[in-house]
Design a protein around this ligand. Sequence first.
Ligand code: PYC
Length: 340
Amino acid sequence: MNEPRPNRNADRGKREGSPLPEERPPRPQGLVETVRRISVIDSHTGGEPTRVITEGGPDLGTGSLAVRRQRFADAFDRFRTAVVNEPRGSEALVGALLVPAVDSTCVTGVIFFNNVGYLGMCGHGIIGVVVTLAHQGTLDPGTHAIETPVGIVTAVLHSDGRVSVTNVPSYRLEKSRTFDVPAVGPVTGDIAWGGNWFFLTDDHRQTLSLTRLDELTEVAWRIRQAVNTQGFPQVDHIELFGVATEANAKSFVLCPGKVYDRSPCGTGTSAKLACLAADAKLAPGDVWTQESITGSTFTATYQREGEQIVPTITGRAFVCGESVLVLDERDPLCWGLSLE
Ligand code: PYC
């Protein structure tokens, strides 16, 4: 963890009318030493929040981003919970720690984290990072490579503010696998990689509606447990599909921490494209529009790369906050509410 920044109030006692330093009551012992500050910029992409750490994050040293993500988890996990969990964050928040990239063609590296751990890639998060860097004036419209723990992605910041992310190669691992889901019944769907692992199904007998979030969360969580215990422990995102009026499909995505994605989920849309491509239901270059449970949309296309596909997801993010998080060691919740 970085050292606390210098006390910006150090000169206060010298102002006219305020007590001279020697007249002040003594400072409570240890006050400066116990307080750390972390600067963040918040954005949302189709409703799904991203919090980019701009100052005060842990120094993860060197090595690949996968190695540094592991170091983050092993040595600085309380930083994750302090930034994204309550009382400073919310269950939906995805944090983004910017780190130097190994590959010199990349503008930055980024490690994404959430209420329960760390992500491989994050589509809505990359769009949030790009818009945040543009907001800070450090990124212009154009094409920018960004390194993640699962590979390099390319983001195009368009002059109208949209961002197109060309993701890591994606593929379907298994087609039409049936799982016996307690209290739900048999559910059939596909297992696919889109930068994170997904189980995708339209065989859930649920109406996808914002008024049914509790029921959808419960069903998707039961499906996840069945998928995990019946052969696929790596799957940590569940994607339920339904009919959309304007888009090609509506989706409800349950993220690893039992929280639904407010956006259409960039890595989930990539996984969906991998399945559509494998079934020859979408041709390379054709546009797929995926709607989230909140009604926001991503558009997506793909190109073939051998047996895999390379998806490109387009969406928008908006900056909605700039703040300094204060971590006071005397606060029992200094490192965030523990979910364990
Ligand atoms: O957009 O890829 C995504 C994502 C993953 C988890 C939340 N959003």
